[in-house]
Ligand binder design. Structure first.
Ligand code: ADP
Length: 792
C-alpha cells in the first residue's frame, strides 16, 4: 500500500475508479470499457477496483490503474472481468473505514459503481458517511489532515447492473435484456418440443421481488399464463389459470407454457411453486396435461451481452464520467437511468428508497402500490399481456356492438423482426374488444390484384388459432410488399376500402409504409372511403422512419450484426493481424452501422450522413498502420470497419479493403465481408417482440378514438392519421401531416433530425480513432477540414 496519496493531478483532473458489485450481469464489461476510456479521454486517470467492495476494503493489488489498451475486446465478453463479490465487511463501519483509507491512499476521488440496489445502497451510505470516515481516520492517526484535505468531496455515480430490472426510476438495467434474450431463446426451444408432444411446460425464471423477466418473457413468447410477485392473481387463480389454459386447448393450441417468477405468490403471500402449477395442469380430473417443469437457473446470467445492453452500458458509462466531472459538492449523488430512449441522471437516494418500497409493498400485500412504483412500461406491458391471453374471456373489455370496428391490417415494405408479434397483439386486442381484424395480404399490390381470388383472396379475417403462434415468428406472415397505393392505383384502393367497409387502417412497415400513409392521407380529400383513422407502427431494420427514434426490427438487426461481427472478429485470432471491412444495410441511414459500431467497438464507421472522402480514408489507414505497429500481437481479435451500403457512391467495402491491403504492405491482412440479408434476423429479439405488443395495442386504442367521427371531422383532425413513435422519454402519436412536412428528409428517405448522430463521436472516441478529416457535410453542419468532434 502506498504510504502517501499521490499528489493531485493538475487542473480539475480526477482519479476515477470503476467497480462492479453484487450479482454480475451482461454488459458490465461494456460499462467498464466506457468509463475507463472516457475518463482517459477527458484527461483523468482511470482505476478499477477488483472484486467489488471486498477489493476496496482490502486495497493493495485490488485497486489497479487502467490504461487504454487494458479494456480492448471487453465489449464482447460476458460477466465482469474485474470480478464481483458480496462483501460482509462493507456492511459494517470498520469495513467502510478501511475502504475510505484505501481510496485516499490511491488518490481516488470519484467512484463509479455498477451493481444492483444493494450495491448502490452501500454506495450511498459510504458517501453520506465520507466526511465522518475521513475525520475518524485523522483522529486515529491513520492519515493526516493534509493527506485527507484534497479528498473532502467524494463523488459517487451509480450504474444499475442487474439482470432482474428491479431498480425503480429506470426502464432498463444493464443486463436485463440479455437475460431476457436467454430466457426467450430457451422458451422458444421448449415450445418446439411442447408442441410436438402436445405438452405443458412450467418454466421458472429469476425474480424474487421483480417480475419483469417473467412478464416480458410471457409477452415475448405468447405464454399462456404468467405469475409475478408484484401482481398476484385473484384469489381464484387456480380456476382462472385452468380456465384460460383449457380455452386455449379448446381452440386447438397444442402447447401450454406457464412462466413463473421465483418470487411468485398468491394474494395472501403464500408461495406459488412450479410444482403446484404442474399438479393443477396434470390433474387427471381437470386438464390432464402431460406437464414438465424447467427451472432455468444460472443460464439466465450467462453469455455475452446483447446489442442493447452494450449500447446502454456504453452510453451510461460515458454519462457517468460526465456526471463526475460536472458534479459540485452540492450535487446529490446520481445514478444513470434510461427512460424510453433517453439516458438521464436521477437522484440515487430516491431510486433506492423507491426500490425498497416495492419490496415492502409486496410484503404488506399492497399490490397496486407495488405496481405503481414500477415504471410505466411495466404496467403497460402487464395490461397488454392480459389482453393478448384472454381474447374471448374478457367480458369487461368488450365494446357494445355499435362501437365495434372493422380494422384492416397491412404490412408495407420489407420484413423486420416484430412485425408478426405486432400483428398478433393488434388482432388479440381487436378480438378482445369485439372489433373485426382483417388481414390485407401482400401489401397494396396484393390488395388490388388479388382481393377477390377464390378461395383465398388477399382480404381475409384473421383466424386466432393461426395468429396465436406468431409471437416469436420472424418475417411477415401476411406478406409484405413495397408497392405504394398510387402505384397500385389510388382509385382502386379507395373503391376497395369502400367495398370492404373498413373503419380503420393499421399499417406496419418502414419508409414505404410511411410514404404509403402519406399518399392515403392526401387522397382523403378526394375519396370519402379513406376518411377513416389510420396509424403506422414503424418497422424496419434501417430505423429510418420519421416520427420515431426506434422502429421494430432494428434491435433484431443489431443483434444479428453484433453476433456476426463478434464471430468474424474472433476468426482473426489465429492470424492476429486482420482488418475486416463490413458492409451493413440501412438505406440512406447510418443508424445500424453506427449502433453496431458502438456495440462491437469498430475502429471506424462510415455513414451516408457523413460520407467518405479520400482524406478520411488516408487518415484511417494511417491510424490502422499505427495500431498494428504498436500491437505486437497481444490482442488477437481482428479490427472492424463498418460501412453502410450507401455511405459513398464510390468507396464500397471491397474497394476500401483493397486500398487498405495495398497500403498495409503485408504488415496486416484485410478482408471485406457482407452479412447481407442475415441482418433481417431469424427469430426477432425480445425487445422487438415486447415493444411490438405494447405499441400495436396503443395503435388500435388510438384508432378506436375515431370510431364515430364524420368524414369532415376526420379530415379536420391531424391526429386521425398518425405515426406512433418513441421520442426521447415518451411514446407519442405524431400527426402524419406535421411529420411529413417538418421532420422528413424525403430525398434521403430518413428523418431530418436523426437523434443518434452524436453517437458516432462516442464510437470514435471509445475506439481511439483520431480526429480525421471529414467530408463536407451540410447536414451535420461542418465543412471540409473542419474536423472537430465536440458532440460528446
Ligand atoms: P446487489 O448489488 O446485486 O443488489 P447485494 O445486495 O448483495 O447485491 O449487495 C452487494 C454488496 O453491496 C454487498 O455484499 C455489500 O458489500 C454492499 N451492500 C449492500 N447493501 C449494503 C448496505 N445497506 N450497507 C453497506 N453495504 C451494502
Amino acid at each position: 500500500m502506498a504510504p502517501h496519496p499521490p499528489p493531485p493531478l493538475e487542473g480539475r483532473k480526477r482519479r476515477i475508479a470503476m467497480m462492479t458489485s453484487g450479482g454480475d450481469s451482461p454488459g458490465m464489461n461494456a460499462a467498464i470499457r466506457a468509463v475507463v476510456r472516457m475518463a482517459i479521454e477527458k484527461g483523468c486517470e482511470a482505476y478499477c477496483v477488483y472484486e467489488g467492495y471486498d477489493g476496496l476494503v482490502q486495497g493493495e493489488n485490488f485497486i489497479r490503474k487502467f490504461e487504454w489498451p487494458d479494456v480492448r475486446g471487453w465489449l464482447s465478453e460476458g460477466g465482469t472481468l474485474i470480478g464481483t463479490a458480496r462483501c460482509m465487511a462493507f456492511y459494517e463501519r470498520p469495513g467502510r473505514l478501511k475502504a475510505a483509507k484505501n481510496m485516499v491512499l490511491n488518490g481516488i476521488d470519484a467512484l463509479i459503481i455498477c451493481g444492483g440496489d444493494g450495491s448502490l445502497t452501500g454506495a450511498d451510505k459510504f458517501r453520506a458517511e465520507w466526511p465522518g470516515l475521513l475525520h475518524e481516520l485523522v483522529e486515529n492517526k491513520e492519515l493526516t489532515a493534509e493527506q485527507v484535505e484534497p479528498f473532502k468531496h467524494l463523488n459517487i455515480v451509480g450504474l444499475v447492473g442487474s439482470i432482474d430490472n428491479d431498480m425503480s426510476g429506470t426502464d432498463a438495467t444493464i443486463g436485463c435484456y440479455s437475460a431476457l434474450s436467454r430466457i426467450c431463446e430457451m422458451v422458444d426451444y421448449i415450445e418446439a418440443t411442447a408442441s410436438s408432444h402436445s405438452r405443458a411446460f412450467v418454466i421458472e425464471v429469476m425474480g424474487r421481488h421483480c417480475g419483469w423477466l417473467a412478464l416480458m418473457a410471457g409477452v415475448a413468447t405468447g405464454a399462456d399464463f404468467v405469475f409475478i410477485p408484484e401482481k398476484p392473481r385473484a384469489e381464484n387463480w387456480k380456476e382462472e389459470m385452468c380456465k384460460i389454459v383449457a380455452r386455449h386447448r379448446q381452440i386447438g393450441k397444442r402447447k401450454t407454457i406457464v412462466i413463473v417468477a421465483e418470487g411468485a405468490h398468491d394474494q395472501d403471500g403464500n408461495k406459488i411453486s412450479p410444482d403446484m402449477i404442474k399438479d393443477l395442469l396434470a390433474d387427471k380430473k381437470g386438464l390432464a396435461l402431460d406437464t414438465r417443469i424447467t427451472t432455468l437457473g444460472h443460464v439466465q446470467r450467462g453469455g455475452v451481452a446483447c446489442a442493447y445492453d452494450r449500447y446502454l452500458a456504453t452510453l451510461q458509462g460515458v454519462e457517468a464520467v460526465k456526471a463526475v466531472l460536472e458534479a459540485t459538492p452540492e450535487t446529490p449523488t446520481p445514478f444513470i437511468a434510461i427512460t424510453e430512449n433517453k439516458i438521464c441522471r436521477k437522484p440515487l437516494v430516491q431510486a433506492v428508497l423507491d426500490t425498497k418500497e416495492v419490496a415492502k409493498a409486496i410484503e404488506a400485500h399492497e399490490f397496486d402500490r407495488a405496481m405503481s412504483l414500477r415504471d410505466t412500461e411495466f404496467s403497460d406491458i402487464y395490461d397488454s399481456y392480459m389482453t393478448t391471453t384472454t381474447t374471448d374471456l374478457n367480458d369487461a373489455m368488450r365494446l357494445p356492438p355499435q362501437k365495434r370496428m372493422r380494422i384492416a391490417i397491412i404490412h408495407v415494405g420489407a420484413p423486420a423482426g416484430g412485425v408478426n408479434a405486432a400483428t398478433r397483439a393488434a388482432v388479440a386486442y381487436c378480438l378482445t374488444r369485439g372489433h373485426t381484424p382483417i388481414a390485407i395480404h401482400n401489401g397494396f399490390a396484393g390488395f388490388v390484384r388479388h382481393h377477390d381470388d377464390k378461395p383465398l383472396g388477399s382480404v381475409r379475417e384473421f383466424d386466432w388459432l393461426e395468429v396465436d403462434n406468431w409471437a416469436s415468428k420472424g418475417g411477415s406472415e401476411i406478406g409484405m410488399n413495397r408497392e405504394l397505393p398510387k402505384e397500385s392505383g389510388m382509385e382502386t384502393v379507395a373503391a376497395l376500402f369502400k367495398q370492404y367497409n373498413f373503419d380503420g387502417l393499421f399499417l406496419i412497415g418502414g419508409f414505404e409504409a410511411f410514404h404509403a400513409l402519406s399518399q392515403l392521407r392526401q387522397a382523403r380529400e378526394k375519396y370519402s372511403s379513406l376518411c377513416i383513422p389510420m396509424t403506422l407502427l414503424p418497422a424496419t431494420i434501417s430505423n429510418n422512419v420519421p416520427g420515431t427514434e426506434y422502429s421494430l426490427g432494428s434491435d433484431t438487426c443489431l443483434n444479428e450484426l453484433v453476433r456476426y461481427c463478434d464471430t468474424i472478429k474472433q476468426s482473426a485470432s489465429a492470424s492476429r493481424r486482420r482488418v475486416f471491412v463490413i458492409e451493413t444495410q440501412g438505406g440512406r441511414s447510418g443508424y445500424i452501422a453506427t449502433l453496431a459500431g458502438l456495440a462491437v467497438g469498430a475502429v471506424a464507421v462510415y455513414t451516408p450522413e457523413e460520407g467518405v472522402s479520400i482524406d478520411m480514408l488516408a487518415a484511417d489507414i494511417k491510424h490502422l498502420k499505427q495500431v498494428f505497429k504498436e500491437d505486437s500481437g497481444q490482442s488477437r481479435a481482428g479490427r472492424l470497419i463498418l460501412i453502410n451500403e450507401k455511405a459513398s457512391p464510390v468507396y464500397h467495402a471491397k474497394l476500401i479493403a483493397d486500398m487498405i491491403r495495398q497500403e498495409a504492405q503485408n504488415r496486416f491482412e484485410t478482408r471485406d465481408a457482407l452479412p447481407g440479408h442475415v441482418q433481417q434476423g431469424g427469430t426477432p429479439s425480445p425487445m422487438d417482440r415486447t415493444r411490438a405488443v405494447r405499441l400495436a395495442i396503443k395503435c388500435i386504442e388510438h384508432l378506436e378514438k375515431y370510431e364515430d367521427r364524420a368524414d369532415s371531422a376526420i379530415l379536420a383532425d391531424p391526429q386521425s392519421s398518425t405515426v406512433i413513435g418513441i421520442k426521447g422519454a415518451s411514446v407519442v402519436f405524431s400527426s402524419m401531416k406535421d411529420v411529413e412536412e417538418k421532420e422528413t428528409d424525403w430525398p434521403n428517405r430518413r428523418p431530418k433530425d436523426e437523434f443518434w448522430l452524436g453517437l458516432k463521436d462516442v464510437v470514435d472516441v471509445l475506439s481511439g480513432r483520431p480526429e480525421v478529416p471529414r467530408p463536407e457535410s451540410p447536414l451535420l453542419g461542418w465543412k471540409a477540414k473542419d474536423n472537430k468532434r465536440g458532440l460528446i
